[in-house]
Design a protein. Structure first.
Length: 115
């Protein structure tokens, strides 16, 4: 199973981006889909999480600006990021948690917020 994250790029403060993370390969059932981020010199942190039932959780720093969603049929997670700030600059990683077995991580996509 491989996760391919995409959608990162350079955006000005106040702008928006939409990240996608698609799973390929044989994956039976995904419980939770997550987005993490890691800025230079910082630890990787959980940004958003969505369970199989659709329940969501967000880091306080992104509440009201980011929205996580999922397409179960396509085994894909999305992260809509609005009102981006300089401090949102980071490499964003997706992590899928199958019902059985170890979680899968994507390679990351770089988001740079700069004027």
């Amino acid at each position: 199973v491989q996760l391919q994250a995409s959608g990162g790029g350079l955006v000005q403060p106040g702008g928006f981006l939409r990240l996608s993370c698609a799973a390929s390969g044989s994956i039976f059932s995904i419980n939770a889909m997550n987005w993490y981020r890691q800025a230079p010199g910082n630890k990787r942190e959980l940004v958003a999480r969505i369970t199989s039932s659709g329940s969501t959780n967000y880091a306080d720093s992104v509440k009201g600006r980011f929205t996580i969603s999922r397409d179960n049929a396509e085994n894909t997670a999305y992260l809509q990021m609005n009102s981006l700030k300089l401090e949102d600059t980071a490499v964003y990683y997706c992590k899928f948690e199958p019902r059985v077995g170890m979680p899968y991580w994507g390679e990351g996509t770089l988001v740079t917020v700069s004027s």
